[in-house]
Design a protein around this ligand. Structure first.
Ligand SMILES: Cc1cc2nc3c(=O)[nH]c(=O)nc-3n(C[C@H](O)[C@H](O)[C@H](O)COP(=O)(O)O)c2cc1C
Length: 152
């Protein structure tokens, strides 16, 4: 690993599942590159690989939910973080309910924030999507800190 990679890996991230609903299907994608972007309006930003399965559908859906996971939700992070995209639409064993604007909120999360896509910025092999916060639900617990060893 080179010096640059070693240095930037010291940035701490949480672990999230971005969910959305389009044409009768629910989608879930594990993400670590999520942050708050603005107070006024209240906004989050998520960085999504352009080649990810579900990327085009996410743009089309225009509304998404950032489900913030806790330490106890590692299995769900692995489930929706499959890099072969197999579980993108697999909500069979996943309990969820609809947010106000139709995004799936995972029962297994510590909070959920529903956003409307308002801006898209090209960033190399990723695209940074800015979502204006529409509503949120806060449950018990704190967010997990991403640890690479949990996903090797
Ligand atoms: C812990 C973890 C964090 C991830 N963070 C991101 C992320 O921030 N952005 C992203 O585009 N993909 C991220 N991924 C990969 C996607 O979850 C994964 O690519 C997606 O489920 C679809 O699979 P695909 O790569 O076959 O298209 C992450 C995966 C894991 C396990």
């Amino acid at each position: 690993m080179d010096e640059v990679e070693k240095a930037i890996r010291k940035i701490r991230n949480g672990v999230f599942v971005v969910t959305f609903f389009l044409d009768g299907r629910s989608y879930g994608m594990t993400t670590a590159w999520v942050n708050r972007a603005s107070f006024k309006p209240n906004m989050l930003m998520i960085s999504i690989g352009k080649n990810r399965k579900g990327y085009e559908e996410l743009l089309e859906a225009e509304v998404f939910c950032v489900n913030i996971l806790g330490d106890e939700h590692l299995e769900i992070a692995r489930h929706f973080g499959n890099t072969n995209g197999n579980n993108l639409n697999n909500f069979n064993d996943v309990e969820f309910k609809d947010m106000e604007n139709g995004s799936p909120m995972l029962k297994n999360c510590v909070s959920a924030v529903e956003c409307k896509l308002v801006k898209k910025v090209d960033a190399g092999d990723h695209v940074v999507l800015f979502g204006e916060i529409l509503n949120a639900i806060d449950l018990e617990g704190d967010g997990m800190v991403f640890d690479r060893e949990n996903f090797s």
